[in-house]
Design a protein around this ligand. Structure first.
Ligand code: FES
Ligand SMILES: [Fe+2]
Length: 420
């Protein structure tokens, strides 16, 4: 059976009776093309979305020992998350108080008992306070707290570390994700440790919103993701967005599996005794506005996110975690779980490569004079709901034509004022 035959033979992935959020009539046209190409729009997104909304920086296990740290840069901001001598996680701007250099350069590492700036050598304690300056007689007396590293707001939720560079409209992460709390707690993510290295990232030639557009619907799965289709086929279900989060759930199939990696995964995945029956053979995704997906598989868990470098340049960043093998059963079980992790990551990396291609094509469309907007299906209602959230904080996106040069931000502010 070819991909096209398989796609056409597929029953609808969505039972409309389950999706009361999809009305009979709705605007199926998506965001205007200019939203994907405008430099001014991107600047607005940096200010309104990426600096003022929670961003997942990593997991507590990315800094397991005192002195360990990891970094997260977005929209011109840079954060360092460091574990202190008291074992507490803290977050600071990775900006030296002397002349603003990065205090640590690597994405992850360990710094012993102090963070030493590579520019002139000022050092900071793990709690952020200023420790020493070089040639102190050449520098006025500085207060260690007042002249310490500037804290960044952060929150640890089930082991995941979120940062927010500026105050914004979202409530606490725990409140945003409260409706998923009980389900995510099943996976014991606060006890998890990195697998397959620390962070993985890739730059792609596309606007960041094209990544989200592709990710916000499962309509393309039967056609574009043979691995996922084999893995869970039509059991995949996207729930509507609600209060800034969405949930997708799929159960593993056990028949008609063509790809060896999926067949092997299905055969080898052991029973995880701390998960309920309903989640032992299922893949779960929790999306959080504006740019995060947390995923939970029986064998592993993690996140992926995307953020812009330029209108047509985006970073996709991800990381995977799992409960340490020593917490599991015997050697056979551990071999099976390791193999399952390898296979689920392999299925994921194939899927990701397929999505990158779709994303790049979507981005190209926005630059074409032949592009006349989307015609979204009911199965892509999540794309529209996501765009609604963008339009709520950036109402300028309701304009079909790009605003006059230099006026986008002021028009947006005016529209925001009019909304209140
Ligand atoms: S900029 Fe850090 S010591 Fe000078
Ligand atoms: Fe996809």
């Amino acid at each position: 059976m070819t991909r096209i035959e398989r796609f056409n033979a597929a029953p609808p992935a969505l039972d409309k009776s389950q999706i009361e959020a999809v009305p009979d009539e709705w605007d199926r046209s998506g965001l205007p093309a200019w939203a994907y190409t405008s430099e001014e729009q991107l600047e607005l997104e940096r200010a309104i979305l990426f600096r003022r909304h929670w961003q997942l920086a990593g997991h507590v296990s990315n800094a397991p020992e005192p002195g360990d740290y990891f970094c997260f840069d977005v929209a011109g901001e840079r954060a360092i998350i460091v574990r202190g001598k008291d074992n507490q996680i803290r977050a600071f701007h990775n900006v030296c108080r002397h002349r603003g250099s990065r205090v640590v350069v690597n994405e992850t590492g360990t710094c012993g008992s102090a963070l030493v700036c590579p520019f002139h050598g000022w050092s900071f304690n793990l709690d952020g306070t200023l420790r020493t300056v070089v040639q102190p007689r050449a520098v006025p007396k500085l207060d260690p707290v007042e002249h310490g590293l500037v804290p960044v707001e952060f929150e640890v939720w089930h082991g995941f570390v979120f940062v927010r560079f500026q105050p914004g409209p979202q409530p606490a992460v725990a409140d945003i994700l409260a409706r998923h709390e009980a389900e995510i707690a099943l996976y014991r993510s606060s006890e998890a440790e990195p697998i397959g290295g620390s962070f993985w990232s890739q730059q792609i030639g596309s606007n960041w919103k094209c990544v989200r557009d592709v990710d916000n619907e499962g309509y393309h799965v039967p056609m574009a993701h043979p691995g996922l289709q084999d893995l869970y086929g039509h059991t995949y279900f996207d729930e509507p967005w609600q209060d800034g989060t969405t949930r997708s759930f799929a159960s593993l199939r056990d028949e008609s599996i063509r790809l060896w990696s999926v067949r092997a995964y299905n055969n080898i995945l052991p029973e995880i005794d701390y998960l309920p029956e309903s989640h032992r053979r299922a893949w779960l995704y929790i999306g959080m506005f504006p740019n995060l997906v947390l995923y939970f598989y029986p064998d592993s868990m993690g996140f992926y996110q995307e953020y812009p470098l330029a209108t047509c340049q985006t970073v996709i960043r991800s990381s995977s975690y799992a409960i340490p093998l020593s917490d599991h059963g015997d050697a056979t079980f551990n071999r099976r779980i390791r193999a399952s992790q390898y296979l689920s990551q392999r299925i994921d990396s194939d899927t990701s490569a397929e999505d990158v291609q779709l994303t790049v094509w979507s981005n190209e469309a926005a630059h074409s004079s032949g592009f006349q907007g989307f015609i979204l299906s009911d199965l892509e209602y999540g794309v529209k709901q996501y765009h609604d959230q963008l339009r709520a904080v950036m109402p300028v996106l309701r304009q079909s034509e790009p605003p006059e040069s230099g006026r986008l931000e002021s028009i947006n502010n005016k529209l925001l004022g009019g909304q209140q």
